[in-house]
Design a protein around this ligand. Sequence first.
Ligand SMILES: *Cc1c(COP(=O)(O)O)cnc(C)c1O
Length: 321
Amino acid sequence: MSNEITFDDIVAARKRIAAHIQPLRVTRSESLSGRFDCDIMLAHEYLQTTGAFKLRGAMNAVLQLPSGASGVTAVSTGNHGRALAYSARQAGVPCIICMSELVPQNKLEGIRALGAEARIVGKSQDEAEIEAKRLVKEEGYTMVPPFDHPHVIAGQGTLGLEMLQQVPDIDTVLVQLSGGGLISGIALALKAQHPDMRIIGVSMARGAAMAASQVAGKPVEVEELPTLADSLGGGIGLDNQYTFGMVRNYVDETLLLDEKEIADGIRHAYFSEQVIVEGGGAVGIAALLAGKAVPGAKTMVLLSGKNIDMQLHRKIINQEA
Ligand SMILES: *Cc1c(COP(=O)(O)O)cnc(C)c1O
């Protein structure tokens, strides 16, 4: 199943979504390049509309909805949910984001502000999921999953095309790894053009489902634990169709970071790069600072999102968290 997505799908995705997304901005990090005595480039994708790269995949999926679809639905109130809500509004497609009563008010309002319906059902993610599945079955909605879907993976892969277009001689790329849609798309886009490209996936140690699944040789569940890299939480799906195989085929190394290392990454982004990123966004920088990722001569570090609670960010900056 893992070879169903091709380089051409990513090229097509880029054309399809181009008018709806912000192009990737890349700069050279003087502080990291100096420290490691090589070229370290930062890919500032937290500047993407809705604050994270997930718009690329969601938009690519929404723009390919089957004709006659009633709308789109998902169970995420995080970066994927926001991206899907925004994409649907752009495309003039109804969007229902299902969530439990326990979702914080600010997340709920964030989804509504993007023009989607926030449907509140039950007291758990599982109940919200049942409602989303009902919408698919009974009301003709299309579920857009956060990572394990060819259109989503191809959309995230457009980042790989843009990285290489901006810096043609990169040899190493550091990418966040959670469900694996992001790294699968990027790795395919890069390795199709440069088979020797080194792709390093970075996860938090607390609940790294993809890393545990790769070790086990099949998708496994791990306990979900609170982490500063909350956008990297969650499982990969026991019925994973695409990303488990793509990660196995394309990712060269996987690194795990503890919470202190992630906080150091957030602080470095702030104090040395003048950038506010969420924990998940900072793990590439954190992996370098911790000495866990060895950079190549020209390394691209993806900063994937900025959606962090600003009270928490302030505490981290002040060394209180
Ligand atoms: C979703 C997300 C990731 C991880 O992407 P996957 O495709 O699930 O691996 C990384 N960073 C941010 C900011 C995200 O929102």
